[in-house]
Design a protein around this ligand. Structure first.
Ligand code: NAD
Length: 259
């Protein structure tokens, strides 16, 4: 059977958990060589082991996407090991729940650094190598919070709006270099990211989950697989006519209203 990412070197940031982990496993099954990046070494290495035990190819590279030297070293490691980067999936991200006056200045700086600078830096250091080959695909992780005003998500929403704007603007600059850049726009997906903020930021996590489910027309949260399949499409040549586009995987949360 034809695989969709045969021999494509794909770097996935934050691939030790949730959507990144699921995408790493799926990309590897589709023939990709997967560079699993994460801050969390144990989780990242566990994903690499899982891929290798299933017969796939993977390498763990620990790096903090918000630190320039760390990202530069990661990109150089990938180039030394494989000589190219076909796909860069900027997935790593952190959450923040709170109305704006409740957000500490340190929390604001941290989320901007991880969610926005953490997209800028891997792009900045990978793009010259992609440009040399006149080839490459970048997938940036946004969120439907970039499009809809959602209670107590101002700081997080600002980061994901920035990622969407960055995606569109970057595409214009790099289209002449044969590089495609698109964004994923998920609704709420059940991952450790959501489990943590449900536990830590809500007095009644059960009521919170019921209200979050209502936002989706599907009445359910998404799964990491739902987003991983969208990422696979954007990573593969099947999406070659998609450029600077947001791809919504949100159970209708952005455009639907049931009353
Ligand atoms: P997750 O918490 O399960 O996984 C995120 C991973 O990123 C973790 O393994 C974490 O260690 C890693 N990470 C965090 N900071 C890092 C850094 N500075 N450098 C390298 N790695 C780092 O989260 P998830 O739900 O899988 O989310 C993945 C992405 O999807 C995030 O960007 C998130 O904002 C976005 N997203 C999630 C949802 C959702 O509902 N889960 C919805 C829309 C968008």
């Amino acid at each position: 059977m034809n695989k969709r990412l045969t021999n494509k070197v794909t770097v996935i940031t934050g691939a030790g958990s949730g959507i990144g982990r699921c995408s790493a496993l799926l990309f590897a099954r589709e023939g990709a060589v997967v560079v699993v990046n994460d801050l969390n070494e144990a989780n990242g290495r566990a994903v690499v082991t899982e891929i290798q035990e299933a017969g796939g190819q993977a390498l763990f590279v620990e790096a903090d996407v918000s630190e320039a030297e760390s990202v530069k070293t990661m990109v150089q490691t990938v180039m030394d090991e494989y000589g190219k980067i076909d796909v860069l999936f900027n997935n790593a991200g952190i959450s923040n729940v709170g109305a704006l006056h409740e957000v500490d200045v340190e929390q604001w700086d941290r989320i901007m650094n991880v969610n926005v600078k953490g997209v800028f830096l891997p792009c900045k250091f990978s793009l010259p190598f992609m440009m040399e080959r006149y080839a490459g695909t970048i997938i940036n992780m946004s969120s439907c919070v970039a499009e809809i005003g959602l209670a107590r998500r101002a700081a997080y929403g600002a980061t994901k709006g920035a990622v969407l704007a960055l995606t569109k603007a970057m595409q214009v600059d790099y289209a002449p270099h044969g590089i495609r850049i698109n964004a994923l726009v998920p609704g709420t997906i059940m991952t450790p990211f959501v489990q943590n903020y449900l536990q830590n930021a809500y007095d009644d996590p059960q009521a919170a989950i019921a209200s979050i489910k209502k936002r989706q027309l599907s009445g359910e949260l998404g799964t990491p697989q739902d987003v991983a399949y969208a990422a696979l499409f954007l990573a593969s040549d099947e999406s070659k006519f998609m450029m600077g586009s947001p791809l919504y995987i949100d159970g209708g949360a952005t455009f639907g209203k049931d009353a």
